[in-house]
Design a protein around this ligand. Structure first.
Ligand SMILES: Nc1nc2c(c(=O)[nH]1)N[C@H]1C(S)=C(S)[C@@H](COP(=O)(O)O)O[C@H]1N2
Ligand SMILES: [Mo]
Length: 396
């Protein structure tokens, strides 16, 4: 068996590409400096929308953002914030990797620590690189529904974000002057490698490859929100739709079979508040019906706009003796994490907040939540509970 010589192994770590240099690092750095704050900001907004109170362990409750009630208008608000967070986050992955590639030799620099200040700088780098990779990996796995990591995605991704924010701010404060200087000098010719190898690709070719990679990811992602023919290209979107061309043909997050939901003939909706009563589906259909064109926007980045018909939540609240509901507690036939959701005041009283029974002029399909589901403007898809079993309206 051929054993690689020590010399060869050493060569591997010499990183001799002449393309690596302060200018290239600064170009990627400038792109990330311009775009990553938007990914962070939309991510934090999504966390507010999602309602961290329902998901963070109680002992870290102090980490909740200064919460405001997530609004219902504009109805595409969550579609925008979540689409930007996931879409831009994915598009930037090639740039993050290219920037890491451009500074690899520094990670193996010798001696590893020269002074206290240098040690602190390296520690912040470790946290920066670690957290950005952590956010990418957990984010992408979440889109693919792969929870190999064994901890709550929301908690992990949220804490990872704070580590990233702290180390990103430190890094920018330390490196901004260098970045500006390198970009001004426009002297890409200073390579980082001590013994640069001959060029195998032009600098323009490298920038083109990274930019092209980002564009390609964008193309493969955009369809999950934009829809249309691009939807078929959105291969980073693993959601299937129902077959055929029917009214219910739009992405399904989880099928009834996968959710283990069986809807029995004697299904009744239980509505409670001050008084309580149950409704058959026909009784619900006999109540005033309201139609609204609203998106479902998933926390995983995909979204779809459909035309829903059903009963206004505030009409149901009034029937339960709560004309001014402060919140609604929704229960599903499904067990597990989707069994319950809480809607705030605005999400309960908005004129377009519906218990939807029909979509695009047809009954909801079983996979889309038949007999009834929640649809509320700007509500994260995850709270648009399917297979609703009960609604409880609270006045305070
Ligand atoms: N009971 C239940 N409701 C649910 C879900 C679920 O898995 N179970 N998925 C939610 C998520 S994450 C989204 S994005 C939407 C998707 O709705 P759709 O499958 O009809 O497209 O339903 C929401 N309601
Ligand atoms: Mo979702």
């Amino acid at each position: 068996m051929a054993v690689p010589s020590i010399g060869r192994v050493k060569n591997l770590f010499r990183f001799r590409s002449p393309l690596r240099g302060p200018w290239l690092t600064s170009v990627f750095g400038a792109v990330l400096l311009a775009c990553l704050p938007l990914v962070v900001l939309t991510g934090l907004l999504d966390f507010v929308a999602y309602g961290p109170g329902q998901h963070l362990p109680a002992d870290v409750g102090w980490l909740h953002l200064p919460l405001f009630d997530w609004p219902t208008r504009p109805s595409w608000l969550f579609r925008l914030t979540q689409g930007l967070h996931v879409g831009l986050g994915l598009v930037l992955v090639p740039v993050v990797l290219a920037k890491l590639w451009s500074v690899i030799p520094k990670l193996f620099a010798w001696p590893p620590v020269r002074s206290v200040a240098h040690a602190l700088e390296r520690l912040s780098l470790l946290l920066l690189v670690g957290s950005v990779l952590f956010e990418i990996v957990t984010g992408v796995l979440n889109i693919q529904y792969d929870y190999v990591f064994g901890f709550s995605f929301y908690t992990g991704h949220y804490f990872g974000a704070w580590v990233f924010i702290a180390s990103f701010v430190t890094h920018v404060a330390l490196k901004l002057p260098t970045m500006i200087r390198s970009l001004r000098r426009r002297a890409p010719a200073i390579p980082r490698a001590k013994e640069p190898a001959p060029l195998t690709m032009s600098r323009r070719g490298l920038l083109g490859t990274v930019g092209g990679g980002a564009l390609l990811v964008g193309l493969l992602t955009a369809g999950q929100t934009v829809g249309g023919p691009l939807r078929d290209l959105a291969f980073l979107l693993p959601r299937g739709t129902e077959p055929g061309e029917g009214a219910n043909r739009y992405p399904i997050n989880k099928t009834a079979a996968a959710a283990g939901v069986v809807v029995r003939e004697d299904w009744r909706l239980t509505v409670t508040g001050v008084t309580g009563r149950t409704f058959t589906r026909d009784e619900l259909l006999a109540l005033p019906q309201h139609m609204a064109r609203l998106p479902i926007a998933c926390v995983e980045g995909w979204s779809t706009v459909q035309t829903w018909t059903g009963v206004r939540l505030r009409d149901l609240a009034a029937l339960a003796g709560v004309p001014e509901p402060a919140s609604a507690f929704v229960s599903s036939l499904e067990q597990g994490p989707f069994a319950q959701a809480t809607l705030n005041h605005g999400q309960t009283t908005d004129p377009d907040a519906l218990l939807a029974l029909r979509v695009n002029g047809a009954d909801l399909s079983l996979d889309h939540g038949f007999p009834a589901r929640i649809i509320v403007p700007a509500l994260p898809g995850v709270h648009c509970t399917k297979w609703v079993r009960a609604l409880d309206f609270r006045s305070a």
